[in-house]
Ligand binder design. Structure first.
Ligand code: SAH
Length: 370
């Protein structure tokens, strides 16, 4: 059965006509669902509600577990879909508002050596409707996120500030309590291309009114899809998981490097910047002795030299895969080296350390337990 949120407005209007309903019902249905209403409580009339429930999946995604970090209030959710599969999402409170990190696949096929999501491979893609239901549920949760006055003197933020105060729905969006959406949970979004692009378009067209600038998509570097995304007229922020400065090293930790060389990847990023006018975010997770040397800092500068980008240095979250991370102190020095070399780099803040917040950890635990 299709999910009612798999359709965009125009498609849902056609669905309504085939069901013998009026076209305008489509808009009412979408508005109610995006605002987090349960269909049974929506003001749509008993008959239409029954018709929808018999023809489509609707309100079928549930939060089955929530873990809250007692220190920074980060909330990690385990969502369950109609077929029983589960995926994670994380809600974080930043100085500039809440950020939600969304999964795009159940499991992942990319096999990065340091990542928990890929253990066991990909189970299936997450559909457009399921991704939308996750963000709708998270938006309802975000209403009750405590306002965290983060001390920014000791951290580096990688998000843009448009002046909206913390914990308050952004200007002009009284129903939206998530400021930024990052597609950085489990899965490779560009390996689920059509569902993900439709999800972004439907979200942007919805009552939650997300702008492209508040959405980031992170990829391990599927080059043909990066070119395709540049043509979608969706100027979202592209985050690229680079994690190495030589092909040889990248192959050691990211199997995708066997398929696309760094030069090809860099070309696709330059094209993305040219076509969208957006800076690219480069993610660089430090693995001790593999990608954190002086030589790496120099090569990073050379590699990214003429790309409009900023670099997020990430310290490895130990997920028990035998890969050693660089310490936070050493990471800080690495960032300083990059800055001296003229690279726009920051050290990403770590949130949710106490609640298995790295991608895939909670799902793996759940799978083991059941
Ligand atoms: N498939 C996408 C999204 C995955 S997760 C991608 O590869 O970009 C988002 C980021 O977290 C990626 O940069 C990923 O490499 C990184 N990551 C995964 N596991 C990690 C870990 N254990 N510690 C630190 N970063 C990790």
């Amino acid at each position: 059965m299709k999910h009612v949120l798999d359709f965009n407005l125009e498609e849902l209007k056609l669905e309504m006509l085939t069901l013998g309903e009026k076209k305008f019902r489509a808009e009412q249905i979408l508005d109610a669902l995006f605002l987090g209403k349960e269909i049974d409580k929506a003001n749509l009339g008993k008959e239409l509600i029954e018709l929808l429930k018999t023809n489509y999946l609707i309100n079928s995604t549930k939060i089955i577990k929530t873990q809250t970090d007692p220190i920074d209030h980060t909330r990690k959710f385990l969502f369950q879909f109609a077929d029983g599969e589960v995926a994670e999402g994380v809600l974080m409170s930043y100085k500039y508002g809440n950020t939600f990190c969304l999964s795009t696949q159940v499991g992942c096929n990319m096999a990065c050596s340091f990542c928990a999501s890929t253990i066991g491979g990909k189970k299936r893609d997450i559909t457009t409707g399921e991704m939308l239901e996750m963000i709708i549920l998270a938006n309802c949760e975000a209403k009750t996120m405590p306002i965290v006055g983060v001390d920014v003197s000791s951290i580096h933020e990688d998000e843009e500030d448009d002046g909206d105060p913390v914990g308050v729905a952004p200007k002009g969006n009284p129903q939206r309590f998530i400021k930024n959406l990052v597609l950085m949970g489990s899965g490779e979004p560009l390996d689920n291309y059509h569902n993900v692009v439709k999800f972004i378009r439907n979200l942007m067209a919805s009552k939650l009114n997300f702008g492209a600038r508040s959405i980031s998509l992170s990829t391990c570097g599927l080059v043909p899809q990066i070119y395709a995304l540049a043509e979608e007229n969706l100027p979202i922020t592209l985050s690229i998981s680079l994690h190495a400065t030589t092909d040889e090293n990248r192959k050691k930790i990211m199997p995708i490097a066997h398929k696309y060389e760094l030069v090809e990847l860099i070309m696709s990023l330059k094209n993305y910047v040219k076509k969208t006018g957006r800076r690219v975010a480069v993610e660089y997770t430090l693995v001790k002795g593999v990608n954190d040397t002086d030589g790496d800092a120099k090569r990073l500068k050379a590699l990214l030299g003429d790309i409009v980008c900023f670099v997020n240095i990430i310290t490895l979250n130990d997920v028990g895969r035998g890969v050693n991370g660089t310490t936070r102190q050493e990471a800080y020095h690495f960032v300083e080296k990059l800055k001296k070399a003229g690279v726009n780099a920051t050290l990403r803040r770590t949130l949710g350390q106490n609640i298995d917040a790295a991608c895939g950890q909670l799902r793996n635990k759940h799978t083991k337990e059941s």
